[in-house]
Design a protein around this ligand. Structure first.
Ligand SMILES: Cc1ncc(COP(=O)(O)O)c(C=O)c1O
Length: 381
């Protein structure tokens, strides 16, 4: 029989042959112009966040020492949740150690057929994040996937299954992380209400960048108690962690049914305090948000002039769709030689034939940085 390690090696050889092998970037590399991160508001290194983390650490310790249900519930956790709920306009909120954990464990709990009495009908945007798929898989729930952002397709699927006596759930991101386009959250909620469906919206990439005070695209929508909004602290908030903003009932349910909440150590007070500090800065960053989005628009115009394709991006996330993994890796490498760091995104993260550079813009970038990026891309296009 083939040795198990040989099978792992063969899997990686096969990935390499397809241009899909992943490698960690050089941890020691510094001084590069970085478009590969998600620190959209440039908060990760702000002293306010570091100071808040240190203060909480001195008060509550470096670690939370246990699950929230045991020893890990500190005032900083509950204060952050109260703040998220107030600013998202929901009754309650619940935080987790990561966004991935939030999606996987909350979606699994919300789709639990032993609770729902039947396998739910799950309507999901085709380009939803891997962690949302994992939540469905953990619940053993099949997904009815509608074309990306195509609400008429979603409506048709809802109508097609209208006679089935099964609970309904709609899953979508609000700003899509690999394409930088946006869902119409109000229209999604209206469809969900019309069809008696629970709506679950992932605001990982919208939190901090969109909304009247920066609390996400859902901030402008009056949320129903059947809408659950998820977001992360790992992108524009410059720290790490995830949250759901929801009704009190859903929060209580998740405290009892979400494995990622029950069986995992609560996020460190250091990280939670930094996240809360970042959250409190958001309403004051309106000018930075406007500048960021204007810079993204100029970048898209510049890319089109170069004959490059930014897809359907309308946000601070701008893909440059190049097609094959090989071409994408080659352009990434040549940009790196010029000191510019970008992400090369390949299948299975994105569909076949749409390998791309993913440019994550940050409020910390300058107009000169953007000019340097376009100039470098111009030399390669
Ligand atoms: C849409 C979306 N949801 C959830 C996550 C997971 O969040 P985290 O990185 O905090 O685990 C990501 C991460 O990239 C994401 O893009």
């Amino acid at each position: 029989m083939t040795d198990i390690l040989e099978r792992y090696a063969a899997a990686m050889t096969s990935l390499a042959a397809q241009g899909l092998l992943r490698r960690l970037p050089d941890a020691a590399a510094t001084g590069q112009l970085d478009f590969s991160g998600n620190d959209y508001m440039g908060l990760a290194k702000r002293p306010e966040l570091v100071d808040a983390a240190l203060e909480a650490g001195r008060k509550y310790g470096a670690g939370s020492t246990g699950s929230r249900l045991l020893s890990g519930n500190t005032p900083v956790h509950t204060a952050f949740e109260a703040r998220i709920a107030a600013d998202k306009g929901t009754e309650a909120a619940l935080i987790f150690a990561s966004g991935y954990q939030t999606n996987a464990s909350c979606i699994a709990a919300l789709l639990d057929r032993t609770v729902l009495g039947a396998e739910p009908l799950v309507f999901a945007d085709k380009l939803n994040h891997a962690s949302m798929h994992l939540g469905c898989a953990l619940a053993g729930a099949r997904q009815l996937r509608y074309r990306h952002l195509d609400l008429s397709h979603l409506k048709a699927l809802l109508e097609k299954h209208a006679d089935e006596d099964r609970p309904r759930v709609i899953l979508s991101e609000s700003v899509f992380g690999m394409d930088g386009d946006q869902a119409d959250v109000a229209a999604l909620q209206a469809l969900a209400l019309e069809h008696g469906a629970l709506l679950y919206v992932d605001e990982a990439h919208a939190t901090g960048v969109f909304g009247p005070r920066g609390f996400g695209l859902c901030e402008a929508v009056e949320l129903a108690t059947t809408t659950v909004v998820m977001g992360t602290m790992s992108k524009a908030l410059g720290t790490s962690g995830g949250y759901v903003a929801c009704s009190r009932l859903v929060r209580d349910y998740l405290i009892n049914k979400s494995g990622g909440f029950i069986f995992s150590t609560a996020p460190s007070p250091l990280v939670v305090a930094a996240g809360l500090s970042a959250w409190e800065l958001l309403p004051g960053l309106d000018a930075e948000r406007r500048a960021l989005l204007a810079r993204a628009e100029r970048l898209r115009q510049g890319l089109r002039k170069l004959g490059l394709d930014p897809g359907g991006s309308t946000t601070h996330i701008v893909p440059v769709i190049l097609g094959t993994p090989e071409r994408t890796l080659a352009v990434k490498e040549r940009l790196a030689q010029r000191g510019i760091l970008v992400s090369a995104v390949r299948p299975p993260t994105v569909p076949q034939g749409t390998s791309r550079l993913r440019l994550g813009l940050s409020a910390a970038h300058t107009d000169a940085d953007m000019a340097r990026l376009l100039d470098a891309l111009g030399g390669l296009a």
